[in-house]
Design a protein around this ligand. Structure first.
Ligand code: CLF
Ligand code: SF4
Length: 297
């Protein structure tokens, strides 16, 4: 609340439904699915569906060009005045399609300067784009960080695509880890608010997430969102097909409680889709499909 943080930070969080628990009752966010590609492979991903960095896996979003996305944001903003935040969270990684992501943000910064801009990424390409993030006044960045130890990372990420080559194993996890930490430090230095998402994978990183919480707090993360792995086999992820289960509600709470006193925890995440529209947990994306927006004009 306003009593326990500096005014300039409160100004950034007070109407962001993900950064303020209170704000999520009153303010809405929307996502536009403009970023189709990805530069890493997570064992909890099925490329047919939305990125699980931020989103509920197993949901197919309507992919948009930057021009279509901007049109949609302006249409939603005129219908839902509580819509304060526009996020790009997939369906792949926002920074693996940088031209599409930043063209969308560039147009919105110009045409809808009151809407706050938000982006979610796995962090691999983050250091490279920090300048561009600051250029469009993107005040909020989520990085999915599931480990700070490459040995743990090797169980989550079979490969990354780095400097035009595929890199595998511990080396891949080490590079990803270094880029995530560097990207987080750079954003903190520039005053961008960061949220860290961690996917809780029982038996893989459950005990390790306390170390993740400490490491991100030390680098200035504003919030830590520990999300349950959703690995239903029908979604066809590597984890799902190999019998990896998600955590129970009690296991999730136990890890969150063990992190108490570290980086602040977000506990109201609803694992949105990459084209979500509305209050958290109230998904109005079906009202704003492209054909319906064209009818509104
Ligand atoms: Fe979207 Fe994410 Fe920005 Fe929010 S969602 S890009 S920070 S505007 Fe929010 Fe949805 Fe949870 Fe994400 S409830 S999945 S934390
Ligand atoms: Fe899939 Fe997202 Fe991981 Fe990329 S970052 S592999 S889209 S879950």
């Amino acid at each position: 609340g306003p009593d326990d943080m500096p005014q300039e930070i409160w100004d950034k969080v007070k109407n962001h439904p993900c950064y303020s628990e209170e704000a999520h009752h009153h303010y809405a966010r929307m996502h536009v699915a403009v970023a189709p590609a990805c530069n890493i492979q997570c064992n909890y991903c099925n490329r047919k569906y939305d990125c699980s960095n931020e989103s509920r896996p197993g949901v197919v979003s309507q992919k948009l060009t930057p021009d279509q996305a901007v049109k949609k944001v302006l249409a939603v903003a005129s219908e839902i005045p509580q819509m304060t935040v526009l996020g790009i969270a997939g369906p792949g990684d926002s920074l693996a399609s940088p031209a599409k992501t930043f063209e969308t943000f560039r147009q919105l910064a110009e045409k809808a300067p009151d809407i706050k801009l938000c982006l979610s990424t796995n962090g691999l390409a983050l250091p490279k784009y920090v300048d561009e993030i600051c250029k469009y006044n993107i005040d909020h960045v989520t990085i999915t960080i599931n480990m700070v130890d490459p040995e743990v990372g090797a169980k989550i990420y079979p490969w990354i695509f780095w400097e035009h080559k595929r890199v595998t194993g511990i080396e891949a996890a080490r590079i990803l880890h270094e880029q995530q930490m560097l990207g987080l430090e750079m954003l903190t230095a520039r005053g961008v608010l960061t949220k860290i998402n961690s996917v809780l994978i029982p038996g893989v990183n459950d005990e390790h997430l306390i170390e993740v919480n400490r490491a991100v707090k030390a680098r200035g993360a504003f919030l830590h969102n520990i999300m349950p792995l959703i690995s239903a086999p029908e979604h066809g992820t590597y984890f799902g097909l190999n019998g990896q289960r998600g955590p129970t509600a009690q296991e999730l709470k136990a890890v969150q409680d063990a992190c108490a006193g570290g980086a602040n925890l977000m506990r109201h995440c609803r694992q949105c889709r990459a084209d979500a529209v509305g209050l958290l947990g109230e998904d109005r994306s079906e009202e704003f499909t492209l054909d319906k927006i064209e009818e509104m004009e």
